[in-house]
Design a protein around this ligand. Structure first.
Ligand SMILES: [Zn+2]
Length: 267
C-alpha cells in the first residue's frame, strides 16, 4: 500500500450532478475500483469556510472562517501543517484562498503563484486567482507538482464547475457540461494515480442552487459527492462527515493527530 494521498476538490459540485454526469468516476464505481459516498457540507455552504473545514476538520462556526472575505491564515492544525511538521512533503494546485489559509496572507500573485519553500506548510504550490482558470491547466499544474516533487499529500482544486454554476445555475446545460468536462480531465490522470497506488479522495466543498449561488441550507447546496479510491479504504457502506475528511487523510498519511475520523471508512 502506498501511503501517499491525493485530495481532489471539484469546487461547487452538487451530488446529483456528480451522479448523473461523471461517467468515468461512476464507471470506476461500477467496476469496484472506487466507492461513492455522499456528504453534507457544513454551514455556511461557502467555499473558503469549507476549504478550512475539509483541511482542518473544524466547522466554519468554530474556525471563524465564516465567509469568503475572511482573509487570514488558519488558526488550526491542517493536513498541510501536520504533514509538513512530521517530515512529509506537501503540495497544492489550488485557488489562491488555499495559499492564504495555510501559507501567506494576503495572496501576492507575483510572490505566491509559484511557491517552492520547504518551510511553508504547503511546500510546493501552483496557485491561481481566476475563477475561469481552465480546469485543464489546473490538472497539468497538479500533475507537474506530483511528478516533479513526489508529494506525500497533494491537493488538486478546480474552479470551473462552481464558476459555471454562478453564471448559469444548477439546472443548466453549462453547469452539467462543466462537470462532464472535469470528469474527462480526471480520466486522463486517475489511471496512473490508481496504478501507482495512491489513496485518492474526490469531493466538493459545497453544491449549487438555481439562484446561481450557494451558502444556505438547501439540500442541493449542501449535498456533495465523495469518491474514495485505494486499498487504504474499507469501501464499506459507512457514514462520513465533512469534518472527518481531515482525520481520514491524516490516518492514511500515518500522521500523529487529534482529528476526528470515521474509523470504519479505513481498511
Ligand atoms: Zn461558488
Amino acid at each position: 500500500m502506498n501511503d501517499k494521498v491525493i485530495l481532489v476538490v471539484l469546487d461547487g459540485l452538487n451530488l446529483k450532478v456528480a451522479q448523473d454526469c461523471l461517467g468515468y468516476l461512476n464507471g470506476l464505481v461500477e467496476y469496484k475500483k472506487a466507492t461513492q459516498y455522499s456528504l453534507y457540507s457544513e454551514l455556511p455552504s461557502l467555499s473558503r469556510p469549507l476549504y478550512e473545514c475539509i483541511l482542518t476538520g473544524v466547522t466554519p462556526v468554530e474556525s471563524g472562517i465564516v465567509h469568503n472575505n475572511v482573509t487570514r491564515r488558519s488558526l488550526f492544525e491542517s493536513v498541510f501543517s501536520l504533514a509538513q511538521a512530521q517530515g512529509k512533503t506537501t503540495a497544492a494546485a489550488a485557488y489562491h484562498w488555499v495559499s492564504e489559509l495555510y501559507n501567506r496572507s494576503p495572496y501576492d500573485a507575483i510572490r505566491d503563484r509559484h511557491t517552492h519553500n520547504e518551510s511553508l506548510q504547503i511546500q510546493h504550490g501552483v496557485f491561481y486567482h481566476w475563477d475561469h482558470y481552465p480546469d485543464q491547466a489546473l490538472m497539468l499544474d497538479a500533475e507537474y507538482l506530483r511528478q516533479e516533487f513526489d508529494p506525500d499529500f497533494l491537493l488538486v482544486h478546480s474552479m470551473n464547475i462552481d464558476d459555471a454554476g454562478h453564471k448559469f445555475g444548477l439546472d443548466s446545460p453549462e453547469y452539467r457540461n462543466s462537470a462532464r468536462h472535469a470528469d474527462i480531465l480526471l480520466s486522463d490522470f486517475l489511471p496512473t494515480w490508481i496504478e501507482e497506488g495512491y489513496q485518492i479522495l474526490i469531493t466538493s466543498d459545497h453544491g449549487m442552487n438555481n439562484d446561481k449561488s450557494h451558502g444556505g441550507t438547501l439540500v442541493e447546496e449542501r449535498e456533495v459527492p465523495l469518491y474514495l479510491i485505494g486499498d487504504g479504504f474499507s469501501h464499506l457502506d459507512v457514514a462520513i462527515k465533512q469534518t472527518e475528511l481531515c482525520g481520514l487523510m491524516c490516518e492514511l498519511l500515518g500522521l500523529q493527530h487529534q482529528k476526528a475520523f470515521a474509523e470504519d471508512a479505513l481498511a
